[in-house]
Design a binder for this molecule. Structure first.
Ligand code: ZN
Ligand code: ZN
Length: 222
């Protein structure tokens, strides 16, 4: 059975705002939503970097809430991006991880393939996690094909989504091909840290074409 897969470039599932300390200062939630409307996005997921000790979360949620009513023509998802810790747990307070959209990503290099795989497997099995963010091997190792296959099965079994990340141009092409063959679901994330980067996926048009059966260049490369 084959199902045609189409990626919607009008949906951005990974956008930051200025609640972190390294985004553009004008990346307020209000401005993010305004920008999304201007470029005609249909879905926006706000996924600010969270830590277990983040004290700004109530303000962040309040801020999003106050912007929602006037922009109901677009689907707005409230969420977080949390780091996968070395033991595979997620760096987000439980009360938020279980109630909001959650991207789990590696933000630390662990320099050990086994540690990395075990942490990732735990994150994939974590019911709070919705998406595996900008996934790729660390500079010191690669995965064997069989390991990528095992990863793909676990992702499918646990119904996680793999994002095609525009900021880091990930996952690697070979992984995408294996994931796709195994039936992994994908969506797009700009990982925008500035207004300009929201909803911009030109840089990963090659990755999109690997996944998207409707893409005009999907059959030219393999
Ligand atoms: Zn990240
Ligand atoms: Zn991010």
């Amino acid at each position: 059975m084959s199902i045609l897969i189409t990626l919607n470039t009008k949906e951005d599932y990974h956008v930051h705002c200025n609640f972190n300390n390294h985004s553009a200062p004008d990346l307020t939630i209000r401005n993010v939503i305004k920008q999304c409307k201007e470029i005609g996005l249909q879905t926006l997921a706000l996924t600010e970097h969270v830590r277990k000790g983040s004290d700004w979360i109530p303000n962040y949620l309040k801020d999003i809430e106050s912007c929602l009513d006037t922009h109901n023509c677009m689907r707005i998802i409230t969420g977080f991006e949390a780091k996968i810790l070395i033991d595979g747990s997620i760096d987000c307070p439980k009360e938020y991880s279980k109630n909001y959209f959650l991207i789990a990503s590696f933000h630390t290099v662990y320099n050990d393939k086994q540690v990395w795989i075990e942490a990732l497997n735990k994150a994939i099995e974590n019911p709070d996690v919705n998406v595996i963010g900008h996934i790729a091997p660390e500079p010191t190792f690669t995965l064997e094909k069989s390991e990528v296959n095992a990863l793909a099965s676990l992702i499918v079994k646990n119904k996680k989504i793999v994002e095609l990340n525009a900021k880091y141009h990930r996952p690697p092409r070979e992984w995408i091909q294996i994931f796709k063959k195994q039936g992994v679901k994908f969506h797009l994330g700009s990982d925008a840290h500035s207004l300009h980067d929201i909803g911009r996926f030109e840089k990963i048009s090659d990755l999109i074409s690997l996944v998207d059966d409707a893409s005009p260049i999907s059959t030219t490369e393999d």
